[in-house]
Design a protein around this ligand. Structure first.
Ligand code: F7E
Length: 337
């Protein structure tokens, strides 16, 4: 039985990955900070909260990391612990850097010293491409991060490469583009849209207030993306991969897919911060823009090339963004009705 540690196990990706590894008969350990005990709700949705062995682990605590890695001698470690909300990273730049950058260094250093056979997966991100330098981003596209989050992740991306090249660590990064699901946190735009549109439909909310409606993202289904993480660690030579669908969609288009699912007949008026969405059946204003949700520096558009992942890992995205919107709306509709 292989032993895997998932840091950030209580998040969307941690939950889906734990489920996948349990199906593959791994002994799954979940790293949790002491104060996150109440955050098992996602694991409960998949009914796996009693199948995971939890260990007290804050990756910002150097000694806890050293000890956990020395004592358990894991076969694989998936580092999904992060301050992952880009929007907060300007206000929280120091804690974001501590967990997203320095925490990763503690993990790499501990593996090097105490458990060099352990394979290591680092959750890198399309946010490292930021102000894109190539229209379609692949593994060789230069980076230009636009947020403290993107910068912090770029540090850990390069550190992972550096430990692989300098010390022969079996470590790699998945450069994952946006990936969503019913288990997505409510602060991210897709989940905010699906939840709040359902509430509007059921009459418990009047308006959905958003930021930049024109931002475009390459959105895939998280449940499929965790499979790519696992595949990366099963290769003979560990390398970094872009994981994406290869298609981009605006926030506004995502809203339209969700409205169609909910049979909301939406009409738009105005532009930019004055853009508004009306329900044509009820004549009510249901969507508004607020500059409060604008970011100090925006990533306008991202499109990833999944070619290398398809060729070398045999991985490709199966769920398109419209089906993803449908899956998320169905879940929220059921939950809120
Ligand atoms: O924003 C725009 C916002 O917060 C998407 C994280 O998982 O994916 C995620 O980062 C876009 C941005 O995700 C609202 O300005 C408009 O352009 O859902 P998001 P993200 O920032 O792309 C990457 C790959 C990660 O690695 C991150 O950890 O939507 N937007 N109005 C809004 N965004 C939010 N959150 N809320 C709004 O009201």
């Amino acid at each position: 039985m292989k032993k895997a540690l998932i840091t950030g196990i209580t998040g969307q990706d941690g939950t889906y990955l734990a489920n996948l590894l349990l199906e593959k008969n791994y002994e799954v350990f979940g790293g949790m900070r002491r104060n996150s005990q109440d955050e098992l709700h996602r694991l409960r949705v998949l009914k796996i909260h009693e199948k995971v062995t939890f260990i007290n682990l804050d990756i910002c605590d150097q000694f806890q990391v050293f000890e956990a890695i020395r004592n358990h001698q894991f076969d694989e470690i998936y580092n999904l612990a992060a301050q992952s909300f880009v929007g907060s990273s300007w206000d929280l730049s120091i804690p974001t850097t501590n967990v997203n950058s320095i925490g990763v260094l503690y993990l790499l250093e501990s593996i090097k010293r105490f458990s060099p056979h352990t394979k290591f997966y680092q959750a890198s991100t399309s946010e490292m491409f930021g102000k894109i330098l190539e229209p379609i981003q692949n593994e060789t596209t230069p980076f230009y991060p636009r947020s403290p989050y993107g910068v912090s992740k770029l540090y850990s991306h390069w550190m992972t490469i550096n430990y692989r090249e300098s010390f022969g660590l079996r470590a790699c990064s998945g450069i994952l583009f946006n990936h969503e699901s019913p288990l997505r946190g409510p602060e991210f735009v897709t989940k905010k849209i699906t939840t709040q549109l359902c509430e509007i439909k059921f009459g418990s909310r009047e308006k959905l207030i958003l930021g930049n409606l024109n931002a475009k993202r390459d959105w895939g289904y998280a449940k499929e993306y965790v499979k790519a993480m696992w595949l990366m660690l099963q290769q003979d030579h560990l390398e970094d991969y872009v994981i994406a669908t290869g298609k981009t969609t605006s926030v506004k288009e995502f809203i339209s897919f969700c409205c169609a699912e909910l049979e909301i007949d939406l009409a738009w008026e105005g532009e930019g911060e004055f853009e508004k969405g009306f329900d044509q059946k009820t004549n009510k204003l249901i969507i508004e823009v607020s500059k409060d949700y604008y970011r100090p520096a925006e990533v306008d558009i991202l499109i990833g090339s999944p070619k290398k992942a398809k060729k070398q890992l045999g991985w490709e995205a199966k769920t398109d963004v419209k089906s993803l919107a449908s899956i998320m709306v169905s879940f929220d509709r059921e939950r809120l009705s």
